[in-house]
Design a protein around this ligand. Structure first.
Ligand code: NI
Length: 224
């Protein structure tokens, strides 16, 4: 299940990211790559410990807390502090699966869900599509600045080569309270249906019943 979450960052927050990043010192992205992915990864990253990265990472983290769609889709237990990468012309990231466990910045998470938050807009670069493979085939993603895609971290994925401009994004992983992707997906679908029912038929008795079922399933399945 891939979910597009619009407007995670405001235009002002995106502008602040770009302003900080223009002055930042970028390093080879292979610093956070595993053995297999290091062989196909050609991009730049902000060093995790740099003051600029911390400021922007906190900004993204706070924005996630305000996104009801992110909360519903991911049911986060712990978010790994968001990182930032940049692909200039000629850079690319070949097919890989993200490492199962991430340790750093005081966090240790099992990577259940991967997220990419676009800081550059589609007009800023050519190429640079995120391509995610799942059982239904390949999905190609390129979103407006401030928008985010979330997808199961079990998915094979790649970033196609940049042919013009620069593509800047924030990326991070989340350990979900619901480890099983199919259960997480069911809960999300149910939550969305309950919201629609409440909006269209606010007085219907099933609002209470279905909300109870949602919470009782969450209670059965959640790992805290
Ligand atoms: Ni990846």
């Amino acid at each position: 299940m891939m979910i597009h979450i619009p407007n995670v960052l405001t235009a002002a927050e995106v502008a602040r990211c770009r302003e900080v990043m223009e002055k930042a010192a970028w390093v080879d992205g292979r610093v956070t790559a595993g053995h297999q992915s290091a062989q196909v990864k050609f991009n730049l990253q902000l060093p995790e410990a740099a003051a600029e990265a911390r400021e922007l990472s906190d900004m993204v983290h706070d924005a996630l807390g305000l996104s009801s769609l992110f909360m519903s889709a991911v049911l986060p237990k712990q978010v790994f502090p968001p990182l930032f990468n940049r692909y200039d012309a000629g850079m690319t990231f070949g097919a890989h699966v993200d490492n199962a466990i991430r340790v750093g910045n005081g966090a240790r998470v099992r990577t259940d869900v991967s997220s990419t938050l676009f800081i550059s807009g589609p007009e800023d670069y050519d190429g640079g599509e995120l391509v995610v493979q799942d059982t239904y085939g390949e999905h190609t993603v390129k979103l407006p600045a401030g928008d985010m895609i979330v997808y199961p971290a079990t998915s094979l994925h790649n970033v196609t080569p940049i042919t013009r401009g620069s593509r800047i994004a924030s990326f991070f992983w989340t350990q979900s309270m619901i480890r099983d992707e199919s259960k997480r997906s069911l809960l999300f679908d149910m939550d969305m249906a309950i919201i629609k029912l409440g909006r269209d038929h606010p007085d219907h008795a099933s609002n209470v019943e279905l909300t109870a079922v949602y919470h009782n399933l969450l209670r059965q399945w959640a790992e805290l």
